[in-house]
Design a protein around this ligand. Structure first.
Ligand SMILES: CC(C)(COP(=O)(O)OP(=O)(O)OC[C@H]1O[C@@H](n2cnc3c(N)ncnc32)[C@H](O)[C@@H]1OP(=O)(O)O)[C@@H](O)C(=O)NCCC(=O)NCCS
Length: 170
């Protein structure tokens, strides 16, 4: 997959993104807003583990966000199983140096359209940590509805916090 959005390109990950990925991802302010599956510090060995995981996936569901010629973030979905087979968890992050330029709004809009049109899912959901209003704003701009508050559901960075559940349905 490759979608050119002007200021960024959403595309498949390549193994030669290794150094750029580690550089962009090794940031506490990125890690702080993501689940425990995103390591910190983030090394090139973590990037290799990520590429190995992608290679084992049955279909591509995670993509790089390229800015100015190099991978600077990630976006993708985790497909649900069993009764949740028609739902997917939506996640994304961007290198801090590119924040505030509308890049993630463009990427979330394009990838959520793509996933709902091309994969066999009807619902995309994203639980956002309560301290992350920028991410909530991105989702609102992309047509996700605020469905509720998952009270004290997340323990991150030593704090017990609420998550706000956003979702978009086909
Ligand atoms: C959240 C994140 C993805 C946003 O990416 P981005 O490219 O900076 O987002 P955009 O520029 O497209 O839009 C950000 C919006 O949030 C708003 N915003 C930023 N900080 C804000 C704050 N503290 N309070 C309220 N709104 C805020 C911006 O003004 C903008 O909205 P606007 O266009 O209406 O002005 C990025 O900061 C990031 O990667 N954070 C770390 C990882 C993360 O949080 N991932 C999401 C997990 S749910």
């Amino acid at each position: 997959m490759q979608i050119d959005l002007g200021p960024c390109i959403v595309r498949d990950w390549h193994r030669d993104d290794r150094a750029a990925l580690a550089r962009a991802a090794n940031d506490r302010s990125v890690w702080r807003n993501l689940t425990h599956r995103f390591p910190h510090p983030y090394t090139e060995a973590d990037a290799d583990r990520w590429f190995a995981l992608l290679a084992r996936m049955p279909e591509p569901t995670h993509w790089a966000i390229e800015v100015a010629g190099e991978a600077a973030g990630g976006i993708g979905v985790e497909l649900g199983e069993g009764v949740y087979a028609k739902s997917a968890h939506f996640g994304y992050w961007l290198a801090r140096r590119h924040w505030g330029r509308g890049i993630m709004t463009a990427a979330v809009r394009a990838v959520s359209d793509y996933v709902l049109a091309r994969l066999d899912v009807v619902r995309l959901e994203a639980p956002v940590f309560a301290w992350n209003p920028a991410s909530m704003r991105v989702l609102e701009k992309c047509g996700f509805a605020r469905e509720g508050v998952l009270r004290q559901s997340v323990f991150k960075d030593g704090e017990l916090i609420d998550a706000v559940l956003y979702a978009r349905v086909r």
